[in-house]
Design a protein around this ligand. Sequence first.
Ligand code: B4P
Length: 192
Amino acid sequence: MRLVLLGAPGSGKGTQAARLREHLQVPHISTGDLLRAAVKAGTPLGLQAKAVMEAGGLVSDEIVLGMLEERLTAGDTGNGFILDGYPRNLAQANALDALLKKLHQPMDIAIQLDVDTELLISRLAGRAQVEGRADDSPEAVRNRLKVYNEATAPVVDYYRNAGRLACLNGVGAMDEVFQRILEALAPTPEVG
Ligand code: B4P
């Protein structure tokens, strides 16, 4: 199963991807996690990405694509993958299609988790208290939501128009949302 998870910051992408990894037994590839690891390790790429991430902006398409290609060719994606946090704009969506075509690994489905803005803000405020992530500050969250609405929302239409989107309600207990995803992934019973 080759799956893309879409949704605003705080919509539950990372949360549900961790569950899906256990269920599907395929790697969870989060561009946010890859970038945070580069920042922590102090690599040249991490040093470039740090300030942009802390302000809630998008790291350059070129950097993220290079990092993603390296990860997708690491040799463990033969049975599929869960991609979380990529693509985040139309250029990334086109780059992903081209990359997966080159790797002969076309994606199966994009799942969007839909959550209203007030709830997103309250979830991220909750995480800020627990984890202290620099980009969960109120100012960075405001910017991340703006970037999502301007740059990432068109990606949802891109997959919808291609007939590759399942749009799901992301509100409710984590287990409930997980069940909705499993239902969307289940093959439709044949009619007749
Ligand atoms: P990400 O790591 O992708 O961060 P995110 O959008 O906040 O999602 P995350 O997966 O962490 O949170 P989730 O909704 O699961 O990106 C961080 C930054 O990296 C970006 O801002 C950008 O700078 C950079 N970046 C990443 N990818 C990039 C790309 N492709 N191009 C350019 N830049 C890129 O969870 C949030 C909170 O909600 C958690 O506390 C969780 O416990 C809670 N929650 C989840 N589901 C819930 C539920 N059902 N009920 C109650 N709470 C719930």
